[in-house]
Design a protein around this ligand. Sequence first.
Ligand SMILES: [Zn+2]
Length: 239
Amino acid sequence: MADQLELLKQLQGVDGQLHRLRKALAQKPRELEQAAAPVKAQEAVVKTAEEQLRALQLAQKEKEIDLQAREASVKKLQSQLFQVKTNKEYSAMQREIDSTKTDNSLLEEAILKGFDAIEGATKRRQQEQAKFTQLQGQLAAAQARIDQESAGIQQQVAELERARHVMLPDVPPKALAVYERILALRDGIALVPVMKDACGGCNRRLPPQVINKVYLKADLVTCENCNRILYFDDAHSSL
Ligand SMILES: [Zn+2]
């Protein structure tokens, strides 16, 4: 029985590492997701900057077309000016020309301001795009690091699994079945030391008769609370 417990302790050493490594491996996709989040966010910022620029360009185009039409109408009115018969008609038409010209110069001012706005928006888009490219580079580096870490963990897992395989034939099947059932249920820890008269897994205080049984090593003794197999570890025991 003492040998059996010793074998289980060795197995637990391997399984504990396997459990930690598999857990770390399972975290990797989430790590990658977190690394990708800023890139995604910046992609949206670039898109917005692009949309703002396009809207400004479109508004500018509309103003330019509007100005052309108004300038054409001024020319038309000016040519008609010589065909009018009365002074009254003449001054009415002249007023219309003057008012259209005033509107046009306001429009020209707006177009000039539009150029400034487009220039600013173009610069903003370039800046956001540059930031996006930079973040993409960071993500690529993070991805490479995560891939490398994952590969390293997978290699360690494979080595430990091989070691485990070698150990298994020596463990009595019945004890192994008990151990593996608890291992699956208890987060990769099936075997725990007695620590200060309490279970090293769940910290529940152990009755003296249970501690005695663990001490005798006559049989596998489990914690009544968490079902883990108990043993005495000289380093941790209070005895
Ligand atoms: Zn326990």
